[in-house]
Design a protein around this ligand. Structure first.
Ligand code: ADP
Ligand code: MG
Length: 258
């Protein structure tokens, strides 16, 4: 299984929207896909229509109680897409795990030898705490959504430092598969300029596909559906399909098919 963490310690940059729609795009292409909701806010779970009373087992149980992964995921309305939902309990996990041995490796242990899915996305919370560290330790690679706004690059160096630390101490194979520019508004010259600056700074690390600001993307979660299902032809959905294609192109050659 190829495991991709979607992380950026800033809130509201499009992590969850990217996680939901990339997972949906991969499932639609025939990959047996797992999404792990690692944000106590549970937005990915809600956005995929997992009701609160259907979250008997959650990512909290996976991390804190070591419930086996096969007992932790539930199906979604999307064929081929399963999710380990999150509940508010998860906000306590950061504290509860502090005293636990191997506290950064809990998620990695949970996913070791799991063969029921081909690909796994981890939707991280907006911080660089223990939950995100667990995601980075469990992941093969990292996808960073970056909002096209003035302070986009601020904070990125902190994230990159964290990645380096994780590589050195816990997970040498971790790399960054790409940075995805989100909420791009081509009528706004500032976002255009920011996108250009980010490309100057990060070069080919930045995906060519840019996710536009698109109201359909923000409406979809309230219907419990990925935008790709809610309105598969809107500009946001089309961009995520293109991003998924570009993402697969960056997988190692032997991993490019499900
Ligand atoms: P994060 O997970 O990083 O906090 P979200 O994916 O939840 O970010 O996005 C924050 C808010 O912006 C949500 O209300 C979401 O629906 C909205 N949103 C995300 N991406 C877009 C986009 N490309 N266009 C318009 N709204 C978006
Ligand atoms: Mg989120």
């Amino acid at each position: 299984m190829l495991t991709i963490a979607i992380a950026n310690q800033k809130g509201g940059v499009g992590k969850t929207t990217t996680a939901i729609n990339m997972a949906t795009a991969m499932a639609a292409t025939g990959w047996r896909t797992l999404l792990i909701d690692l944000d106590p806010q549970g937005n990915a779970s809600t956005g995929l229509g997992v009701a609160a009373n259907a979250r008997d087992v959650s990512s909290y149980d996976l991390l804190v109680d070591e419930v086996p992964i096969d007992e932790a995921f539930v199906g979604t309305s999307i064929p081929g897409l399963d999710i380990v939902p999150a509940t508010v309990d998860l906000s306590g996990a950061e504290v509860e795990l502090v005293s636990v041995e191997e506290r950064t490796a809990r998620l990695r242990s949970a996913l070791t030898n799991h063969s029921g899915h081909d690909i796994c996305f981890i939707d991280c919370p907006p911080s660089l705490g223990l939950l995100t560290l667990n995601a980075l330790c469990a992941a093969d690679t990292l996808l960073v959504p970056l909002q096209c706004e003035f302070f986009a690059l601020e904070g990125l160096s902190q994230l990159l430092q964290t990645v380096e630390r994780v590589q050195q101490r816990f997970n040498p194979r971790l790399d960054i598969i790409g940075v995805a520019l989100t909420m791009f508004d081509r009528r706004n010259r500032l976002t255009d300029q920011v996108a250009e600056d980010v490309r100057d700074c990060l070069g080919s690390l930045v995906f060519e596909t840019v996710i536009p600001r698109n109201v359909r993307l923000s409406e979809a979660p309230s219907h419990g559906l990925p935008a790709l299902v809610y309105d598969h032809s809107c500009t946001g959905s089309r961009a995520y399909i293109a991003l998924a294609r570009e993402l697969i192109g960056r997988f190692p050659p032997e991993r490019q098919a499900a």
